[in-house]
Design a protein around this ligand. Sequence first.
Ligand code: MCN
Length: 790
Amino acid sequence: MAVTEPVVGTPRLRKEDPKLLVGEGKYVDDLQAPGQLWMGMVRSTMAHARIEGVDTSDALGMPGVHSVLTGADLAAMNLWLAPLPCAWVVTPDMANPPHFPVATDEVHHVGEIIAVVLAETRAQAVDAAENVVVDYEPLQAVASISAARDGDAIAHSDLETNKAYRWELIPDPDALDAAFANAAHTISAEFTQQRLIPSAMEPRGVLAVPSPMGGDITLYSSTQVPHVLKVMVAATTGIPEHKLRIVAPSVGGGFGAKLNVNPDEILAVTLANKLGRPVRWTETRSESAFSTHQGRGQLQKIELAADADGKLQGVRVHLDADMGAYMMLITPGVPLLGSFLYTGVYHVPAFGFSCDGYFTNLTPTDAYRGAGRPEASYAIERAMDILAAEIGVGPDEIRRRNYLADGGPFENLETASTLVFDSGNYSPNLDAALALAKYDELRAEQERRRAAGGTKQLGIGMCTYVEICGLAPSRALGGLNYGAGGWEHATIRFLPTGKVEVVSGSTPHGQGHETSWSMIVADRFGISPDDVTVLHSDTAISPLGLDTYGSRSLAVGGVAIAMACDKVIDKAREIAAHSLEANADDLEFMDGSFSVRGTPDAAVSIQEIAFGAFTAHDLPDGMEPNLQEQVTFDPPNFVFPFGTHVGVVEVDTETGEVELLNYYAVDDCGNQINPLIVEGQVHGGVVQGVAQALWEEASYDEDGNCRNPSFLDYLVPSAADVPSIETGFTTTPATSNLLGVKGVGEAGTIGSAAVVINAIVDALSPYGVTDIEMPATPAKVWRIIQEASQ
Ligand code: MCN
């Protein structure tokens, strides 16, 4: 049946949710395979040590134990060809010590795998793993970035230094020097991006199932990147790629932490392949702090040069970035993802960025929601507030004075970091955020409280962020030495009965692609979204794709879907012209039917054409049967969503407690497919940034032990910990894709940490407080007030 009302742009509940809400979703841990063996990991209890011996004898005799394999045993089995992959070798001389799934002679972080137990049940595997005795010779651990940079200890005994690489982006060094030499004001600030433990609702898990005959193997993994994983597993293990199938069943969130090739994935596949039995493992929550990569971990130095009015003349940034113990899939590239955005949404004539990557003896770092961009946004947006204070203007005014292209034109905005923003219009977005927050009233209330001198002071923070997403143009990614392309693939298939199948190369793990993709297709064809089904997350069903990260799915994959629909319509038009005996150019396609312009009675629906294309009884000469088209889209540019967020905190000056009272987010992600999903993405993202600002931090002692690997000590907020977030939107369509869409999956995270810290500093500015490190715990806030009051 034809549907005439467009659905794109209207809020719709997610079609994938009912199944998940009633517990029908099948996660890796729900799957069962006859004959399966469980892996139990023997993990290093030391951050840096030589392995002197591994005694497996007790474990081997325990009930249900099939085998206990040390690194040496596994090496002798020749299960893999290469170490775990790093796909982003950022400089030709980057140090990249080999990272095998199981350590053989030296361990480099607590939790690194030393031996694997295979047993009939999970409990038996875990019990036996606890009875493997490892003899260590302790080595000095490098437990922080500053220790890696300034200390004597070396994280890898066979390296001479902890420094892995230096990467620079200084388009015009002379101009940069001149900007600082001639500046009326200079600002220099240092910030710490603490390590974060990604905490998806579903921990990671794997199940590798060999087929009884033929040597094929299926890996079920809680991954956001089945396609990437397939290539990497093949390259690492030597198992032919065409013999591998990767399935990501229901995946309970990832936030970047399921974008990797992990030791457990390689172990499960290779052991299952070798033994001819299914092999599985699911991490426990506290194991996850060691077995899944962590996020952030940077020391930032940012300098601003400005003229007497506070107009930026130059921005200079240096990062020391914590790689952790090894380079995982994109570890070294994460800081680079942010490097281009340290000039924010501002007109900056001169720019320079450098980053030193350091190894430490801590869990490896890698992508975590925003990957590099929240860090960049934090540094520039904190620094802009400091500049505002120096110039003596408000935080809104300093931003307004510096916005790129204020007054237009709003397309192709050139930046000093060499990026060209597709489109951006920042002042109206700031205005909308200030209006939503009732900014003037907030300032008046702040003044009242200050004058009254009470213990509950108000702080108002803001941030205008921009992000680079829709990670895409393959050529641009190649220019950065990234090991893959950025295209995305879609296939659209009309079934004989007029229903539509979409095969999506991007792989949802919470983003609602089934709903959004159905909406795009529905509008293209004039049908109901309920008549569309979306197939994804299985490399046998969707063989081509580059998956979901970098808020790329809509701006690349969703656009590929729209383009594939249009190709289907083009073919259908030829068939319609044939059956209506008309010229294809004279046909119009509206509300799901083709008709001859001016004679609407002669019409044929796209479903009728689909059936005709299936029977193929009367197709134009030489035309292939069926209505199915595919598109691989490689966009000409990234997309650059932006937004202004305002946060209001109440700081208790006696206890140091900070309460986030209100949060207002006005985002601009171009045209929206489903505003309800967009809003949900903003909410989730904002809370993750707020959590970094207030609560979350992976804390390590000087021996490299994580002090808080469980939810008892690692403070992931619940809905009750945050206020209801009020959202608003402006719409500046993207110019690099036909839907005019930009990504939103990370947007909330990118602005929110800076907002909260700006707000706390704002509340405490009368005390002379100019900065506070994240997370702004009550103890830290209290101490800083005491220090400032002395
Ligand atoms: N959307 C829209 N209109 C827009 C932009 C997006 O309707 N203008 C919709 C899209 O159609 C899609 C959703 O919003 O349904 C997110 O789209 P997009 O911004 O393209 O982001 P991705 O789908 O590529 O998701 C990746 C992004 C990242 S990088 C992280 S990290 C993240 C995130 O999404 N992790 C998440 N959101 C998450 N949400 C959940 N529930 N769980 C995670 O692990």
